[in-house]
Write a protein that binds this ligand. Structure first.
Ligand code: FAD
Length: 401
């Protein structure tokens, strides 16, 4: 019997899956389904990120991110060798390094047993997954395909394909299952809402984020800060953070209320702000780079999305940010997306009917995802303020660095 049958007792055969979005979560989902014998096609709005010319197109994403056991488990379950290869390029972060206004640094370990999170280059991680998919005969990657419509009664998706000439053409494709991994502003989710009573909420927080680059030391070529920490400059209502990169630089992010960004107009105001709030950062980044990055880099919003259910019958399911975009303060957005894929696949493997598998996936997953979404929101207060309170430090066994 066919997996797309409405008969919930049917034994289904792997069939055709169309994955919308070739971000980290869509690429990992493609790997699970391809290894499970499905015919997989991935449709991605942008050009191939492995082509340096296309990198600048994805300007809304942080350069590096923290990968934790939750995400690594999602990778390892489908491909242990690939996971080892990817982790070789990740940098362990054993704890937070808190920078106070006088420049004093204090280390707070994440775990008494020595467990840690890792800083990884987002493009490298995403590219490694796409490289793996390229080698599989049952996977096709289609870039420059923008999902425009999704007709789930006809099992048909309509894409606008961008041609090298700049013109576009309309492409219609059929699949047995559609997986929406198309990010916080998911078109798959939007179209699925027409078929299912989907509860949905979204919230923008008042803070924006802006990235800065801290180069390696010009004299030694080494890291300018301890590379095995996630560095935080907490300032109660705003904060600056830095994560290490393989090339011994750090990618830094300023999270701050929009109103404060608006008040910083021009190089002088920016320097004054940094010299007052983060004086130790100025020589590490350099005045010129600081000003250049601030003026050039966008100040981007942060959105939190919750919804339920995540699926429609045996036709469609949404995963990753499409299902649960969260603010980044718990470092769990992508990690949870990787966990979605592992959990989804475990339900698909455990059930003889795809309808039942997707139903049980939604019912197991939504409680956990709503909780982690809230934890991420609460952790903004923890990172920018609570980490400096004496009670908190005593509770956590504060150590001087
Ligand atoms: P995305 O990465 O958004 O990928 C979606 C893909 O779908 C994109 O390639 C997009 O082009 C494509 N797409 C969109 N619309 C269409 C369409 N109509 N048709 C076809 N394709 C489409 N997470 C962590 O786990 N750890 C961290 O440390 C961390 N740090 C972060 C720091 C910042 C500043 C931010 C903003 C986020 C951070 N996150 C972190 C969250 C993480 O970036 C996301 O959770 C993760 O990128 C989600 O992956 P995804 O594949 O679901 O979605």
């Amino acid at each position: 019997a066919s997996g797309t049958s409405e008969d919930s007792n049917s034994i289904y055969e792997p069939q055709k899956v169309a994955i919308i979005g070739a971000g980290p979560v869509g690429a990992l989902a493609a790997l699970y389904f391809a290894k499970g014998g499905w015919q997989v096609t991935v449709y991605e709005l942008r050009g191939d990120l492995r082509n340096p010319e296309n990198r600048s197109l994805n300007f809304t994403k942080s350069i590096n991110l923290a990968i934790s056991e939750r995400g690594i488990n999602g990778l390892r379950t489908v491909d242990p060798d690939l996971t080892e290869m990817i982790l070789e390029s990740a940098i362990p972060m054993n704890g937070r390094m808190i920078h106070d206004i006088a420049g004093k640094q204090s280390s707070q370990r994440y775990d008494v047993h020595g467990r840690f999170i890792r800083s990884i280059d987002r493009s490298y991680l995403n590219g490694a997954l796409l490289d793996e998919l390229d080698q599989m005969s049952n996977v096709e990657l289609k870039f420059n395909h923008n999902l425009k419509r999704l007709s789930l009664e006809r099992s048909e998706a309509t894409f606008e394909r961008r041609l090298p000439s700049g013109e576009t053409e309309t492409i219609r494709v059929n699949a047995d299952l559609f997986i929406g991994a198309d990010g916080a502003h998911s078109q798959t989710r939007y179209h699925m809402m027409k078929y299912v009573r989907l509860n949905f909420s979204q919230e923008y927080i008042d803070s924006l984020w802006c990235e800065f680059h801290m180069p390696p030391c010009s004299k030694t070529g080494d890291f300018q800060l301890d590379p095995n920490h996630l560095h935080i400059w907490p300032r109660q209502t705003f904060m600056f953070i830095a994560l290490p990169n393989q090339d011994k630089s750090f990618t830094c992010t300023l999270f701050m209320p929009e109103e404060m960004f608006k008040d910083i107009v021009g190089p002088e105001a920016l320097l004054k702000f940094f010299l007052t709030e983060f004086p130790d950062v100025v020589p590490l980044i350099g005045e010129e780079n600081l000003i250049g990055d601030y003026l050039k880099n966008q100040k981007l919003p942060l959105i939190s999305v919750k919804c339920n259910p995540y699926h429609y019958r045996n036709k469609c399911v949404i995963i990753g940010d499409a299902a649960h975009a969260m603010v980044p303060f718990y470092g769990q957005g992508m990690n949870c997306g990787f966990e979605d894929v592992r959990v989804l696949w475990s339900h698909i493997s455990a059930h003889s009917s795809l309808t039942t598998a997707l139903e049980s996936y939604t019912s197991e997953r939504h409680k956990d995802l709503h909780v982690i979404n809230d934890l991420a929101m609460n952790n903004y207060v923890e990172m920018r303020a609570s980490v400096t309170s004496t009670t908190y430090l005593l509770k956590k066994g504060f150590q001087e660095f």
